[in-house]
Write a protein that binds this ligand. Structure first.
Ligand SMILES: CC(C)(COP(=O)(O)OP(=O)(O)OC[C@H]1O[C@@H](n2cnc3c(N)ncnc32)[C@H](O)[C@@H]1OP(=O)(O)O)[C@@H](O)C(=O)NCCC(=O)NCCS
Length: 234
């Protein structure tokens, strides 16, 4: 009996030691996981902030290239044609909802002729190239405007869309527009992400296989880095 008690006491002691070690190891690993997660979140946040402040780095280049956001002017026609001619079929389809093999030239020329009153265009410029274009067309009564946006493929997911759409919305507000409307294909997750990143109060409703989107401009979120259009044109 005494032997068994001693044996069981030893076992308890060993077990306690073992479980204590497991508990310590588990909580060490848990703490480490939390630390890694916090560090990863911090890095992602810093990367996002830099991306927005300093523009984006094109693939394969180490040095940062600033993105300039500017109103579209008639002299931009050739550069705008260049940007639309470089789009992938997927981006073309998501933008126009039509499987154009190439965006028709007459359509781009009509964008370039935007009068900056009923039809307003804003472009993102990297170096000499236009790499993104956002536009709106005003409704008859002027309170609403339908918007559309595209960013060249190699510049996507780098913050350019947010800059463009925010600036377009600001310009629309300056001109008395109250609401942006748009049509977005149901599979177009980047577009919904963009709209939610720019507007706090965007709503959507399903119609004929696409979403009608409605974004009150008052719900525009603030981005800190935008400067007045005129002063940032190269
Ligand atoms: C939709 C589009 C304009 C977004 O522009 P972008 O420059 O890529 O977007 P941004 O980098 O500014 O990202 C804005 C938000 O979109 C979302 N997003 C961007 N890329 C994404 C991706 N690949 N997958 C899912 N969400 C994505 C994110 O929510 C992001 O916000 P976050 O950076 O705070 O996380 C661009 O993808 C595009 O030109 N697509 C083809 C044309 C099109 O779909 N136009 C919209 C219909 S008119």
């Amino acid at each position: 009996m005494a032997g068994r008690e001693r044996y069981s006491r030893q076992t308890d002691k060993e077990e306690n030691a073992m479980y204590g070690w497991i508990d310590r190891e588990a909580s060490r690993q848990h703490r480490e996981e939390i630390r890694n997660e916090v560090a990863a979140n911090r890095l992602a946040k810093v990367a996002r902030a830099n991306r927005v402040r300093a523009g984006a780095t094109p693939p394969g280049k180490k040095d940062q290239q600033a993105i300039l956001i500017s109103s579209l002017d008639p002299g931009d026609e050739a550069r705008l044609l260049g940007m639309y001619s470089r789009l992938s079929l997927r981006s073309i389809y998501r933008r126009f909802h039509t499987p154009f093999p190439r965006v028709p030239e007459w359509l781009v020329v009509s964008f370039a002729k935007a009068d900056q009153n009923h039809m307003v265009g804003v472009v993102a410029i990297a170096g000499e190239e236009i790499v993104g274009h956002a536009m709106y067309a005003r409704s008859e009564d002027g309170d609403e405007a339908e918007f559309a946006i595209v960013v060249e493929d190699r510049w996507q997911s780098k913050g350019v869309g947010k800059l463009l759409l925010s600036e377009l919305a600001r310009e629309a507000m300056r001109q008395g527009v109250e609401t942006f409307t748009g049509i977005v294909l149901t599979e177009n997750r980047p577009a919904f992400g963009l709209i939610d990143a720019v507007f706090a109060g965007a709503r959507r409703s399903l119609r004929d296989g696409s979403y009608d989107v409605c974004a009150p401009l008052q719900s525009l979120k603030s981005l800190t880095i935008l400067k007045p259009l005129a002063s940032i044109r190269p």
